[in-house]
Design a protein around this ligand. Structure first.
Ligand code: NAD
Length: 232
């Protein structure tokens, strides 16, 4: 039997890459899935705009009846050495990659608490644990996601809402298409498997965290398998 039968899910940032693979896996496992993204998705959503988040959550709640599983996969990545970075670049990354996760959780989790069931899966990054050269803004946002995940997990676990994060290593998606070849080659060389992961290799971890009983005892964890990287 599919492990997400009768579940509903909202995948934010599900129009591309890791989010899309997770949305497809959830659907294969029997969930009814709403995909929200900045462009080209059934549910239009800008995670940096609270009104937009509120409207998207209302729309999905109307269409699916409730949201059992929330995946936060929207994100942006740019390269800039900290000592040359302008404040706007810093602020934009924090806004999308960290505040966006806050806003989506803020508007979805209360309904989960009310119903006594929910699963939140935030896509962090190994860079949020290890840091990354020319990626201080991104690494800081992802470290923030891990802190947010642990803290929210402590607040809502007693209401049946389990909040966890996945911290993949480098994954072949449109996000990394713009990164320099030098960075990619250096990164590949330090990966034990010698290659980037694929979105399809990340998705099963999200299915595990969303499923019962598989995900039942994960609370505030940051899982890093399927990434071709090693958790420090
Ligand atoms: P991607 O670019 O394929 O997907 C990101 C999605 O987020 C896109 O569909 C984009 O439209 C959406 N998005 C961006 N800004 C948004 C906004 N303001 N509002 C709504 N949607 C917005 O990239 P991906 O690699 O699949 O990234 C998914 C998540 O995984 C991100 O949080 C990323 O930081 C994280 N991650 C990626 C890697 C990697 O190497 N690709 C590694 C670790 C973590």
């Amino acid at each position: 039997m599919p492990v997400l039968d009768n579940r509903t899910a909202l995948v934010v940032g599900g129009g591309s890459g890791i989010g899309r693979a997770i949305a497809e896996s959830f659907a294969r496992e029997g969930a009814r899935v709403a995909v929200a993204d900045r462009a080209g998705a059934a549910v239009p959503l800008d995670v940096t705009d609270e009104d937009s988040v509120r409207a998207a959550v209302d729309q999905v709640t109307r269409e699916l009846g409730r949201i059992d599983v929330l995946v936060n996969s929207a994100g942006i990545l740019t390269e800039a050495p900290l000592v040359e970075m302008d404040a706007a670049t810093w602020a934009e990354t924090i806004s999308v990659d960290l505040t966006g996760v806050f806003l989506c959780c803020r508007h979805v989790v209360p309904g989960m608490v009310e119903r006594g069931f929910g699963r939140v899966i935030n896509i962090a990054s190994q860079l949020g644990i290890k840091g990354g050269r020319s990626l201080a803004h991104y690494a800081a946002a992802k470290a923030g996601v891990i802190g947010l995940t642990k803290s929210l997990a402590l607040e809502v676990a007693e209401h049946g809402v389990l909040v966890n994060a996945i911290a993949p290593g480098p994954v072949e998606t449109p996000m990394v298409a713009g990164i320099t070849d030098e960075w990619k080659a250096a990164k590949r060389a330090e990966l034990p498997l010698g290659r980037f992961g694929t979105p399809e290799e990340v998705a099963p971890t999200a299915v595990l965290l969303a499923s019962e009983p598989g995900g039942n005892l994960f609370v505030g964890q940051t899982l890093g398998p399927n990434s071709g990287d090693v958790m420090p």
